[in-house]
Design a protein around this ligand. Structure first.
Ligand code: SF4
Length: 430
């Protein structure tokens, strides 16, 4: 009987895609998959250390595997991802039930690790990661994540990524093109190009040229990319969004703070004015573009005045949506060492204010498209709105509407009937 693997993924889209790759390798090794850890022969935790909460959640889940291992001594447990990278062999001290530890640059080794009965650790820097093409097990047959680069060179003072995922390494454009070409042959309609800082992609060609090449692939109808760094958002990229028909009118552009003082402490490499100039230019080029962002509430030494600058920025820019979080000190980062850490109460208050204001803006912006007809890529039946189909507009807004399953995977026109904060209600236009 085939062995069963249970994969638990924490954190960002990068980790979700890494788990798809590990699943692809495990499938090749003859594994099937289960959602029940008690039934698994192999448990893989793909961990995230970007915030304390995700780390605590993982550690309590890992603790529970001790009793599973007592009941089944043949059970193998692997810890992958950013916490694996940061803690390495230390993980074994508190968790002797763990068999394998592998950092994000070494997930390709999971196949060879599980073939041994030895305890193994692989957290070394892997300069070749951009050249290693892995099998990917994607559940969705419509939208696919595709890695175009790994790591980051930016060293924002609060972030662990340059330490856990290493320095930037771009994949050769030919490998990316071939992967997407095959996805198109398998019926995928949308690709999202993935990297910590996609607009600094550079291998044999630059990011704009890569978008132009992918735009020629027949069968692929939509191209998205995430995440962009504001400093590297070039006029060439703005022109690509404007001119390439498959590149969607949505950009995720993390602002983090509206205060120049805080942006400097964060080592973000731009001022609020620099950011604003790019936003204005982008909106001039692509007037209907949807913009989303990330905001950190309560960075060390953030004053009320800094916080008000962030509120003002949100009101001035009017993002379509934001991901806002309380600052969480991460081991080994400069921000962890900074004095004047903000109390949790103040961080919570500031976060609540940010979210309230943004909710109001998001709803107002969504209301402006009521009555309009938008192209929607249908993803399947809605999980939240029973009996309806769900999909996304080109601007990445979720829309639910009446229709049948035969529409899954198709591009259809839908009239926006009612706009809410987190989704839209629509009517199929035939
Ligand atoms: S750009 Fe900054 S926040 Fe983003 S991954 Fe790189 S270091 Fe982290």
């Amino acid at each position: 009987m085939a062995k069963k693997a249970y994969i638990h993924t924490f954190g960002c889209q990068m980790n979700v895609h890494d788990s798809e790759k590990m699943a692809g390798i495990l499938l090749r090794e003859g594994y099937t998959f289960t959602d029940i850890p008690q039934k698994a022969d192999l448990i893989v935790f793909n961990t995230c250390s970007i915030r304390q909460k995700a780390e605590q959640k993982f550690k309590s889940e890992l603790g529970r595997t001790k009793s599973l291992k007592r009941k089944n001594p043949f059970l193998k447990i692997a810890v992958a991802g950013c916490i694996a990278q940061q803690e390495g062999r230390e993980i074994f001290k508190k968790n002797p039930q763990v068999d394998y530890v592998l950092g994000p640059q070494n997930i390709h080794k999971i196949g060879s690790m599980i073939r041994t009965n030895e305890v193994m650790v692989s957290i070394e820097d892997n300069p070749e990661i951009g050249h290693i093409d892995l099998p990917v097990l994607r559940k969705d047959g419509i939208r696919a994540w595709v890695s175009i680069m790994y790591g980051c060179d930016n060293f924002c003072s609060y972030c662990v990524v340059p330490y856990t995922r290493g320095r930037e390494k771009s994949r050769p454009s030919k490998n990316i093109y071939n992967e997407i070409f095959k996805l198109a042959l398998c019926g995928f309609k949308e690709v999202a190009l993935l990297g910590q800082n996609v607009n600094s992609y550079r291998s044999d060609i630059d990011f704009e040229s890569l978008l132009k090449r992918i735009n020629t692939i027949e069968g692929i109808e939509r191209i998205r990319f995430v995440t962009s760094h504001p400093r590297d958002l070039s006029e060439g990229l703005m022109s690509c969004i404007k001119e390439l028909p498959k590149v969607c009118e949505h950009i995720h552009l993390p602002l983090q703070s509206g205060s120049n003082r805080v942006l400097k402490l964060m080592n973000r490499g731009y001022t609020y004015t620099d950011y604003m100039k790019k936003v204005e230019r982008l909106r001039k080029e692509v007037p209907d573009i949807a913009m989303t962002t990330d905001i950190i509430a309560g960075f060390p030494s953030e004053t009320d005045k800094d916080h008000i600058s962030t509120i003002k920025a949100l009101r001035a820019i009017e993002f379509d949506g934001i991901f806002a979080f309380k600052f969480s000190p991460r081991p080994g980062t400069k921000a962890e060492e900074m004095g004047e850490q903000i109390s949790d109460d103040i961080k919570s208050q500031r976060l609540a204010e940010i979210l309230d204001i943004q909710d109001e803006i998001t709803l107002r912006k969504n209301k402006t498209i009521e009555g309009k007809v938008q192209e929607v890529l249908v993803e399947g039946e809605s999980k939240t709105d029973k009996g309806k189909m769900t999909g996304r507009t080109r601007t990445n807004k979720i829309i639910n509407f009446c229709g049948d399953n035969s529409l899954t995977g198709q591009l259809v026109n839908v009239e926006i009937v009612k706009a809410m904060r987190h989704s839209l209600e629509g009517k199929l236009v035939i």
